[in-house]
Ligand binder design. Structure first.
Ligand SMILES: [Zn+2]
Length: 139
């Protein structure tokens, strides 16, 4: 398992992404929704891997919801750094992480694929996330 770390600019919020996949094999997705275009969200996930949040200052964690309000978009309340999104399906927390928050940036990533989920129903959205997003381990 490789461990890839990321954090917000000031270091208050952080994650570890555990995956057996080499970065060249990661799915790299540039969501085209209005939120992700504004924030430059470029995501990866691995349903066979795991994400662990290792926030130094969890009290600075800020959540934002919009649209269907089925996911929390995670920000630092101090520096504004954007870490990714978390949702819950059948009691399991799932995450996608913002590749831009990774430090160092993994080498060999494929070009981001533009993704549009417009018109997706809530149940299709849940099923897609359950299949693609990364299980969150720990609290
Ligand atoms: Zn920060």
């Amino acid at each position: 398992m490789g461990v890839h770390r990321g954090h917000c600019h000031c270091g208050a919020l952080a994650f570890e992404f555990h995956t057996a996949l080499a970065p060249a094999a990661w799915s790299v997705r540039a969501c085209q929704c209005s939120f992700c275009l504004k924030h430059g969200g470029v995501y990866t996930s691995d349903p066979a891997g795991s994400v662990r949040f290792t926030h130094a200052m969890p009290e600075l964690l800020t959540r934002y919801r919009f649209g269907h309000e089925t996911a929390d978009f995670i920000f630092c309340g101090r520096c504004g750094g954007y870490l990714g999104a978390v949702t819950e399906e059948d009691g399991q927390k799932l995450a996608v992480i913002n590749i831009h928050a990774m430090d160092p940036q993994p080498a060999g990533l494929t070009a981001a694929q533009p993704m549009s989920y417009d018109g997706e129903t809530s149940s299709n959205r849940g099923a897609r996330r359950a299949k693609r997003w990364t299980p969150v381990s720990g609290p």
